[in-house]
Design a protein around this ligand. Structure first.
Ligand code: ADP
Ligand code: ZN
Length: 614
């Protein structure tokens, strides 16, 4: 298939003028019959990478997806675009499922979403074989491919069975997609899904539209309230808490304050969970207060903020959870408060769990990495990406550290002591022991390795144990030290440490966490109100466009963003199209949506114009 026809479909069906990032290369590769592994952050535009090839190739595209809510959303969105798509999962009764099989065999569907357990049933594999002979199989897409990884956060044993696709249908191209970045998970996906010959497409994991902010906990509820009032008075967002109890208390408290907040955690009965999730997806401006049980597969594009009232467990977790904000590419906030008390309770939770010691050690290190990120004075985007092995120039001009100077101290001397202690002890010890050396403690370890003889033994008595731990975490976060996971968490120096050791560059670290009490002033908050929506919220046309969208969504029983994304509405607001042709040029309005909604939204724009004149 020529690439001009891919472009034509992109415009006609999806309403987009251009591909994003690597989409075009991926689409061409899969249309040409190649296997692909796609690593792209949330909001990067993964769905298009298999939807478009499925439309271009002969036959039906089969999409394996782990979550029912996700499938329903995707199918609704495709139907709105005029694409024949259905899903098969346990939410359908036998009759409905049979009906879909028949439509499949009549060649009426272009895309079918299935749960992995359904796919693996004999009957279903047989159906696929018949399909291949009659109408053809366009491709297999394996969404959320990290579910195959045991170390990942969403392990699904059925995913391991998916190699059967390759064995039984070797000619059908497979495309596996995930937003989980780290190298071990990637390796496991390749191995477990037999994707050794697949081409890998790795996008940047930067989320430039997310503004990261980390604040010290003073009065968390008041801080949250101030943040919501200043920046998210009408927005949908997620507030993450560590425990079920805290979820319920926080949701109840927000409700008392007049917010439309709902709780979500694994301890609620299924009906309540579904009802709350549905409201979050289908209505505007609902705040979900949740444990990490909530979120996977929630692809609501206009989640405007993710707030953490407690520390996540790791950088991966933080990245995944905050990544649920701003999928539509519009400005969004990731906001977190943390206190050292949290760290203590998280450590206790880890220690008291019954995981094997090795696993606990890995988890403690992951928590430390996250804490190092919190304490870091460097650009947040840069620090996050460094963790995932990617470089970023820093100075994003967006995150808290780039926007407001952090209270720091000249830690050059301390950093040199800390680094040289690593060096002299042979670059293989963890933070606990290194701090003991600096403080000159006598421990069994000290005896065993004869570390009393090191020149750094006891040279650091001016700082406390907690301060030294923080120094080490910040040096790791800044990339001067690296943690060797495979060597029991021993620290070793990186190239960046050299100039510091040679006395050629200075190190400034965040002042000891508890000692600093930063509160953001009203003026500061005011200045941070986000540009894109600030004007829009005042504009009557914006309200009218949203009201129309809500009306259409209610009529059809679908979430509003399935009709139009916020970005599309914003473009209508700014362009004020005066004809169907102009309306058709708005990004996100393809032929089907233009035909269905063009007139109604034109009328809204027209009425608003008349209202202003009259
Ligand atoms: P992911 O699955 O990677 O999280 P999605 O497939 O949900 O991302 O896409 C994220 C958003 O980007 C959606 O709103 C989608 O419609 C939009 N999008 C995807 N591709 C393009 C494109 N080429 N041009 C404009 N918007 C796009
Ligand atoms: Zn920054």
């Amino acid at each position: 298939m020529s690439n001009s026809s891919a472009r034509q479909i992109l415009l006609d069906v999806f309403g987009y003028a251009d591909f994003r990032g690597e989409q075009q290369a991926i689409v061409e590769h899969v249309v040409g019959g190649g296997d692909a592994l796609v690593l792209m952050p949330t909001g990067g535009g993964k769905s298009l990478c298999y939807q478009l090839p499925a439309l271009l190739r002969q036959g039906v595209g089969i999409v394996v997806s782990p979550l029912i809510a996700l499938m329903q959303d995707q199918v609704e969105a495709l139907n709105q675009l005029g694409v024949q798509a259905e899903f098969l999962n346990s939410s359908l009764d036998a009759g409905a499922a049979r009906e879909i099989s028949q439509r499949l065999l009549r060649g009426e569907l272009k895309l079918l979403y299935v749960a992995p357990e359904r796919l693996l049933m004999d009957g279903f594999l047989g159906l696929l074989e018949r399909l291949q002979e009659s109408h053809g199989l366009a491709l297999f897409a394996i969404d959320e491919a990290h579910c195959v990884s045991q170390w990942g956060h969403d392990f699904r044993p059925e995913y391991r069975g998916l190699t059967v696709l390759h064995q039984r249908f070797p000619e059908v191209p497979r495309i596996a997609l995930t937003a989980t970045a780290d190298a071990p998970t990637r390796g496991e996906i390749v191995e477990r899904l037999a994707l050794e010959d697949a081409q890998q497409f790795v996008a940047s994991f930067d989320r430039p539209n997310i503004r990261y902010r980390v604040a010290l906990k003073a009065n968390a509820r008041q801080q949250l309230q101030a943040f919501l009032e200043a920046e998210h008075a009408n927005d949908a967002g997620i507030v993450y808490c560590l425990s079920r109890k805290k979820v319920e208390e926080t949701a109840a408290w927000l409700q008392e304050q007049g917010w439309d907040a709902l709780p979500y955690h694994a301890g609620l009965d299924a009906a309540t969970r579904n009802r709350n999730q549905r409201r979050f997806l289908r209505e505007e401006g609902v705040i979900m207060v949740a444990t990490v049980a909530f979120g996977m597969g929630i692809d609501k594009p206009n989640v405007r903020f993710v707030a953490h009232l407690d520390l996540p467990k790791s950088m991966e977790g933080y990245y995944q959870e905050t990544g649920r904000a701003g999928r539509d590419g519009l400005p969004a906030n990731a906001w977190m408060t943390y206190g050292l008390g949290d760290v203590v309770s998280m450590r206790q939770m880890l220690d008291s769990g019954d995981a094997p010691e090795e696993r606990k050690r890995v988890e403690r290190q992951k928590l430390d990495a996250l804490l190092g990120f919190c304490e870091s004075t460097a650009c947040r985007h840069q620090t996050i990406l460094r963790y995932f092995g990617e470089t970023h120039p820093g100075d994003c001009g967006q995150c808290d550290n780039c926007l407001t100077p952090v209270d720091t101290w000249n830690a050059t001397e301390a950093a040199r002591m800390a680094l040289s202690c690593v060096y002299r002890s042979g670059q293989r010890f963890g933070v606990g022991h290194l701090v003991d050396v600096l403080l000159g403690k006598s421990t069994p370890q000290m005896e065993k390795f004869q570390h009393q003889q090191l020149s750094t033994f006891g040279i650091g008595k001016e700082l406390t144990q907690a301060q030294w731990s923080s120094v080490y975490r910040q040096l790791v976060a800044a990339g001067l030290l690296q943690v060797q996971m495979e060597a029991y968490g021993g620290l070793s120096l990186t190239e960046e440490a050299r100039p510091v050791l040679r006395g050629e560059s200075e190190v400034w670290l965040r002042r000891d966490a508890e000692a600093v009490k930063r509160t953001s002033s009203k003026a500061e908050r005011g200045a941070r109100v986000r540009e894109a929506f600030a004007g829009a919220n005042e504009d009557p046309l914006w309200q009218a466009l949203k009201a129309k969208r809500m009306e259409l969504a209610r009529e059809q029983g679908v979430p509003p963003y399935v009709i139009f994304h916020d970005s599309t509405l914003l473009e209508i607001l700014n362009q004020r199209p005066g004809s169907l042709t102009e309306m058709g040029r708005i990004s996100g309005i393809g032929q089907a949506k233009l035909a269905r909604y063009g007139d109604e939204f034109l009328k809204v724009v027209e009425d608003a114009a008349n209202g202003v004149k009259g």
